[in-house]
Write a protein that binds this ligand. Structure first.
Ligand code: GTP
Ligand code: MN
Ligand code: MN
Ligand code: MN
Ligand code: MN
Ligand code: MN
Length: 210
């Protein structure tokens, strides 16, 4: 149905539903597997290609499995989500900086996948463009480079004149788990894009001749 409200659209992106359990009592989920990932972003006013100004610089990775994902991973036994997200970030980016330390106040959203019995914590951290750039350049020297991590990505947060290239095309990438939902949730909640802009990008189609 073309007329579904956007919150329903976002929930439907993943092949299976991921329930938003952010405001629930997390102790109800004590027995299940847990993962924690982090969105690192910076303001940028520097035009990218063709004078297009990205809304922000958002750090993502190309993973060993051919999917796009945020840095992060599974919690070790007894580990707090913010500590797991930070530990995985250092393993998967090579950067260990005070400016990137995470606390529970940096938590943005928690999703639960019933079929995977997996609780997914998403943290968010805004950094200076200098730290952001250091993060990008350090990544190729990290412990997991060439293993779990095979690429560094800066999301193209602009739309080109054909209405598809740029962000809408990027959204047609393969994303791991509910990473795409997490990205859209972040863009909305951190006021980088409006719901209407996100909806437009989701519905854009490549221009095909004939
Ligand atoms: P190892 O270090 O090899 O144990 O992997 P990892 O701990 O780094 O785990 P990984 O980052 O692959 O994430 C663990 C689980 O979370 C997997 O089941 C993925 O499906 C899922 N996952 C991975 N990246 C993301 C992401 O960006 N968002 C979401 N929602 N899930 C992700
Ligand atoms: Mn060129
Ligand atoms: Mn890892
Ligand atoms: Mn791990
Ligand atoms: Mn990982
Ligand atoms: Mn690992």
């Amino acid at each position: 149905d073309q007329n579904l409200p956007l919150n329903v659209m976002i929930g439907m992106i993943a092949a299976e539903p991921y329930e938003d359990v952010t405001l629930r009592d997390i102790s109800n989920f004590n027995g299940c597997n847990q993962a924690a990932h982090v969105v690192i972003y910076a303001d940028t006013r520097t035009p990218a290609v063709q004078k297009l100004a990205p809304r922000a610089a958002v750090y993502l990775q190309f993973r060993f499995d051919g999917h796009v994902g945020f840095p992060g991973g599974m919690l070790n036994r007894g580990e707090r989500p913010e500590d797991a997200a930070y530990r995985e970030l250092t393993e998967e980016s090579g950067l260990d900086s005070e400016e990137l330390r995470l606390t529970k106040d940096d938590l943005l959203v928690v999703h639960y996948s019933k079929s995977k019995n997996l609780l997914l914590h998403l943290f968010v951290k805004k950094v200076s463009i200098d730290i952001f750039h250091l993060l990008e350049t350090q990544t190729v020297n990290c412990h997991e480079w060439g293993k779990e991590v095979i690429g560094v990505l800066r999301a193209p947060l602009y739309t080109m004149s054909d209405g598809y290239r740029g962000f809408p095309a990027f959204l047609d990438s393969k994303f791991i788990g509910n990473c795409k939902e997490q990205l859209l949730h972040f863009l909305d909640k951190c006021k980088i894009m409006t719901k209407e802009e996100i909806d437009l990008a989701l519905n854009a189609k490549p221009f095909v001749l004939g």
